[in-house]
Each structure stands twice: as structure tokens, then as C-alpha cells.
Ligand binder design. Structure first.
Ligand code: FMN
Length: 428
């Protein structure tokens, strides 16, 4: 069950909702005979004149009420419900030797709220997928067992938990690869050595006949994630990693059916989406994209076209959500702009994609509320602010002051410092 909130009909009704076509997912589940899972998705109906709910809403909602059935009312914005607030995936480098640790259960459950969506940090799908120290994996039985108590801790607090799955491709070094081999990519062009302070090793271009093997790694990893108890998986198609190395024309220099045209460059990503939808169900699959980013030298000459092509192509698979990063973000850095600037650059993709749309990057409370009120996104993902404020939804609800994040502890391996020791409101 995803993004559930039992909100009173009397709450102020305005523009926040899952996209109306989220009903398609419900329909699909009904068709699969899972009628007991029928939930009325929060649907914006624009009938609360002057933002005041009207008597006709009582008729509307009561018409749809059944004994034990769940209705999700339209919500008003991120400060009203935890459900509008998503924990963005955040690499924290505290999974020693790629094995998730008990301290992650503390960290994630601190941030869990009833019905709120958490996206776990980027997690490797295979032994060739890694490129940073102490990032978690999901390709062995040991990884699956280690994730289980972490997922349980989030579920005990009523949270919805998706696992972000990645393959870093060329953003790696020989040290992270089995037998010290070259990292794999769409290309044999490497990331410029010493970019971000690392001597990236030159990659080896994947042969066409090797690509299905990587798709299969994602498929098996998704199956493992579900076995570990996750509610779904997010495919990491952003920030310069393997999938983006295929998507973007300034990296992908292939001449086979995985390179060249937009359709060809998107083929690898869409093959993964299809494999996962078939393996674990489309409602358990989301994808993250960052067409505008140039992080790790992954650049596209026409990001508007790339983003729109993907948004349209993804509709075919009816996946749960599309999670897009704003152009103002480069990896973990946000470019400075006017305080409340919302360029709405993602709007064409939001309009094209028929299920839930998550926007991320540089959001704060007011920007998030504005984006939801403008129907620019269904949900807003917060990275650094949620990292530093375990009770971010509550603070937004109360419009309380926020803890400041400490960048110097983002990626250290300490199990507590900068990880589980950010204070809650009462302690702040
Ligand atoms: C410490 C840190 C780790 C991150 N790790 C990931 C990651 O694993 N996967 C990902 O897609 N993005 C990652 N990001 C990017 C964030 O998810 C997010 O897009 C970025 O921080 C901008 O959002 P914000 O302004 O809300 O922080 C990371 C960012 C930070 C600060």
C-alpha cells in the first residue's frame, strides 16, 4: 500500500494529490483480483471554493466509502501531511564491506512516518556495480538478510520503503572491481581523473551481448529487495551512473542499437524498467532521472527532449513513479538561485507522465508547498534537509526551525556522528 493517508474530509482541500491516473494502478490491481487493496487515491477535484471544503465533498467521499475501505483525501501541501514529503536517496557510506548495518535501522526509522515514503540510498546490484567505499549491496543472501531488520524498523513506524538500485558504471576504480578489472560502461571514455578527488579508472565498453546480463542483475537485485521486505525499488537513472552513461549523448558513443538515436540511448533504461515490472510488478517500480545534470561529466545536448522522451516511454510500463531532479542540482550540490525560484522546467515531463511524479532538488518548505499547490509535482523529495532533520515532516507541519546539515559528516563511516545524532525537535 503506497502513500496512504486517512485524512478527514474536512481538511482544507487544495492541490496536492497523486496524479489522477494513479487510479490506473488501482485498476490494474483490481484486475489482478486484489480487490481488498482498493484505495481511493487522493485526487484533486478543484471544488473547494476559496480553499474551503464544500458539502458536496461529503457526498462524493461517502459515495466511495465501504466498510474497512481506505479513502485518501486530497491534501493541502507538504506542511500538512508526511505523505507529501519523501526522503531522497542519500549515500551515507556506512555499510561496511557493502553489508547494511544495524545503525541504518536507527537512521531510517528515525525518518519514518505513517504512510511517508523513504527511498533508501543507492545500493549495488552486482559486484561490478560499486564505486565508493562502504555503500550497500543487494546481490547476495547476506545483503538481503542484513536489510531485513532495517526494513522492518521502517515498517513498524508505518513507513513506505523503496530501495534505490544502482550500477555506477565508469564512476569507479579498479579497486572496487572484482579481480581489479576495468569498470564497465556504455563507452571506453573515462571520467576525467581527479574529478571530485578520485583517480577514476578507464572503463571498458560493454559488448552488446553483455547488456542483457546487466539488465538481469537489476532484475535479480529487485527480487532480492522484495525478499528483504522493501515495498518497491527505485532504478537509479540519474547523476552520471551507468544508466545515464547510456542515456546521454555526450557520453554514449555507441554505434549499435544502444547508441545514437534517443530511442537507442533510452533502450537500456527501458529494458531494465520492463524487466523489473515483470519481475516484481509495475506498482513496485519507480525511476529517478536527472537529464539536466552534468555530474560526473554525464551531459546531454538536449535534456528537455531526453526527459520528455523518457516520461512518455515510461507510461507504457505503468510504473508507480517518476522521480526527477531539478536542473538547479548537480549531484549533491545545488546551484544558487533566487530564494523562491521555481522555474517549472520539469512541467512537460510531469504532464506527460501519467502516474506519480516526484520532484527533488533544492526544495524547502515554501518551495515544496508552492510546487504542490501549482500541481507541479505530487510529492517532493528532500535530501540534505531530511538528512539533518529526522523529524522533518513534523517540523514542516509546525513550521519549526530546522537543524543545519554538516557537509563534513555526509560521507564519513561513523555509525552515529552526522548520521543518527541529529536532534529531534524536543531536543533541539
Ligand atoms: C550526502 C548525499 C548523498 C546522496 N546520495 C544520493 C544517492 O545515493 N542517490 C541519488 O540519486 N542521489 C543522491 N544524492 C542527491 C540527493 O538525493 C538530492 O538529489 C540532492 O541532495 C538535492 O536535493 P536537496 O536539495 O533536497 O538536498 C545525495 C546527496 C547528498 C547530499
Amino acid at each position: 500500500m503506497l502513500f496512504v493517508l486517512i485524512a478527514p474530509v474536512s481538511s482544507t482541500v487544495s492541490a496536492f494529490s497523486l496524479h489522477p491516473s494513479a487510479l490506473c494502478n488501482t485498476q490494474a490491481r483490481i484486475e489482478r483480483g486484489l480487490a481488498r487493496l482498493i484505495v481511493l487515491a487522493p485526487l484533486t477535484r478543484n471544488r473547494s471554493y476559496g480553499h474551503v471544503p464544500q458539502p458536496h465533498a461529503a457526498v462524493y467521499y461517502s459515495q466511495r466509502t465501504t466498510k474497512g475501505g481506505l479513502l485518501i483525501a486530497e491534501a493541502t501541501g507538504i506542511s500538512d501531511t508526511a505523505q507529501g514529503i519523501v526522503l531522497a536517496p542519500l549515500t551515507r557510506n556506512r555499510s561496511y564491506n557493502n553489508v547494511p548495518q544495524p545503525h541504518a535501522a536507527v537512521y531510517y526509522s528515525q525518518r519514518a512516518t505513517k504512510g511517508g515514503l523513504l527511498i533508501a540510498e543507492a545500493t549495488g546490484v552486482s559486484d561490478t556495480a560499486q564505486g565508493y567505499p562502504h555503500t550497500p549491496g543487494i546481490w547476495t543472501k547476506e545483503h538481503v538478510e542484513a536489510w531485513k531488520p532495517i526494513v522492518d524498523a521502517v515498517h513498524q513506524k508505518g513507513g513506505v520503503f523503496f530501495l534505490q538500485m544502482w550500477h555506477v558504471g565508469r564512476v569507479s576504480t579498479y579497486d572496487f572491481q572484482p579481480n581489479g578489472q576495468a569498470p564497465v560502461s556504455s563507452t571506453d571514455k573515462g571520467v576525467t581523473p581527479s574529478l571530485e578527488g578520485v583517480e577514476w579508472s578507464p572503463p571498458r565498453r560493454l559488448r552488446k551481448d553483455e547488456v542483457p546480463g546487466i539488465v538481469n542483475d537489476f532484475r535479480l537485485a529487485a527480487r532480492n529487495a522484495i525478499e528483504a521486505g522493501f515495498d518497491g525499488v527505485e532504478i537509479h537513472g540519474a547523476n552520471g551512473y551507468l544508466i545515464e552513461q547510456f542515456l546521454k549523448d555526450q557520453v554514449n558513443d555507441r554505434t549499435d542499437e544502444y547508441g545514437g538515436s534517443l530511442e537507442n540511448r533510452c533502450r537500456f533504461a527501458l529494458e531494465i524498467v520492463e524487466a523489473l515490472a515483470n519481475e516484481i510488478g509495475s506498482h513496485r517500480v519507480g525511476i529517478r532521472l536527472s537529464p539536466y545534470s552534468d555530474f560526473m561529466e554525464a551531459i546531454d545536448s538536449d535534456p528537455d527532449a531526453l526527459g520528455l522522451y523518457m516520461a512518455n516511454a515510461l507510461n507504457k510500463f505503468n510504473i508507480q513513479y517518476l522521480h526527477m531532479i531539478e536542473p538547479r542540482v548537480v549531484g549533491a550540490r545545488v546551484l544558487q538561485g533566487p530564494e523562491d525560484e521555481i522555474p517549472h522546467r520539469l512541467l512537460p515531463m510531469r504532464k506527460a507522465f501519467k502516474n506519480t511524479f516526484i520532484a527533488a532538488g533544492g526544495y524547502n518548505r515554501s518551495k515544496g508547498n508552492r510546487a504542490i499547490a501549482d500541481d507541479y509535482a505530487d510529492l517532493i523529495a528532500f535530501g540534505r534537509l531530511f538528512l539533518a532533520n529526522p523529524d522533518l515532516p513534523r517540523r514542516y507541519e509546525l513550521d519549526a526551525p530546522l537543524n543545519k546539515y554538516n557537509r563534513s559528516t555526509f560521507y564519513i563511516s561513523d555509525p552515529v556522528v552526522g548520521y543518527t545524532d541529529y536532534p529531534f525537535l524536543e531536543e533541539a
